[in-house]
Design a binder for this molecule. Structure first.
Ligand code: ADP
Ligand code: MG
Length: 262
């Protein structure tokens, strides 16, 4: 059995079935890419895995560390070692980035406000933040600001990866972290992710475009169309998509960006 297993997952949104039986096995140390045209169910997969209340599980199983993930609350999934970088990060007025990162990190370490030995020291917290900010080419003026408040699209995506770097998950799902990023930002994000790659982390990169996969080389690529995987293989699957897009499944969408936006 793989470290993280999805079996025949079916899920619906607003009464409409979107995921129609998705199975995927991820071992730590592996990078899996899920590619698919718009509306194929990629974000439904990421939200369902993390326990978003707007998505209903109609069947199937998700197992991680011997636990039935689908029975856990989102925060319990996070404590277990799962992480989701959102496609559309939300603004949270009133909570600064620093406070959020420190509180999330302490919660993950099991600090409940009582046992101070579980708390990260201010010095360790600062040095950890500093080095991750550098890799992402973010300056520390982000830290006192409210979460994502007034951040550009690219800054929001980098802030998601900053959270991942601080929380050190064991299974990370990146939902279109590359969309809306210019090429430099894609490289910074890829550098940060590549730094985290290793035997303790399994990664699921969800993307519409092949471009980020030039920088974060996947071990496996799966193509999601209309809520089902229609093709799985190695990195060559991404090469094939780069040439033909999603046309062979009746979708006219290219798998390469047509223009670079910032
Ligand atoms: P992708 O991420 O691959 O672009 P999504 O998973 O976001 O696709 O969406 C899959 C389908 O589910 C789309 O048809 C979309 O309109 C629908 N959908 C997603 N979220 C909602 C929602 N909150 N309410 C209604 N329909 C939704
Ligand atoms: Mg999406």
């Amino acid at each position: 059995m793989a470290d993280f297993e999805i079996k025949d997952l079916r899920a619906s949104v607003e009464g409409r079935q979107i995921l129609k039986g998705v199975s995927l096995a991820i071992d730590k140390g592996e990078v899996h890419a899920v590619m698919g045209p718009n509306g194929s169910g990629k974000s439904t997969l990421s939200h369902t895995l993390m326990g978003h209340p707007g998505y209903t599980v109609d069947g199937g199983e998700v197992t991680f560390k011997g636990q039935n993930v689908l029975e856990l609350e989102p925060d319990e999934r996070a404590r277990l070692g799962m992480f989701l970088a959102l496609q559309y990060p939300v603004v949270v007025p009133g909570i600064s980035m620093t406070n959020f990162l420190r509180t999330a990190l302490n919660a993950k370490r099991g600090y409940d406000g009582k046992d101070k030995s579980k708390q990260i020291s201010p010095k360790d917290f600062r040095s950890m933040l500093k080095s991750e900010l550098e890799v992402l080419h973010m300056d520390d003026s982000f830290l006192p600001r409210y979460i994502n408040d007034g951040f550009s699209g690219g800054e929001k995506k980098r802030a998601e990866i900053l959270q991942m770097a601080m929380l050190k998950p064991e299974i990370a799902i990146l939902d279109e972290t590359d969309s809306g990023l210019d090429i430099d930002s894609i490289k910074f994000v890829a550098d940060a992710v590549n730094r985290m790659r290793g035997p303790d982390l399994g990664i699921l990169i969800i993307t519409h475009y092949t471009r980020i996969l030039e920088f974060i080389k996947p071990d496996f690529v799966h193509v999601l169309v209309d809520g089902k995987f229609v093709l799985s293989g190695g990195p060559e699957v991404a090469d094939r998509l780069e040439k033909t897009g999603y046309a062979e499944w009746g979708k006219e969408e290219p798998a390469q960006p047509q223009e670079v936006t910032t």
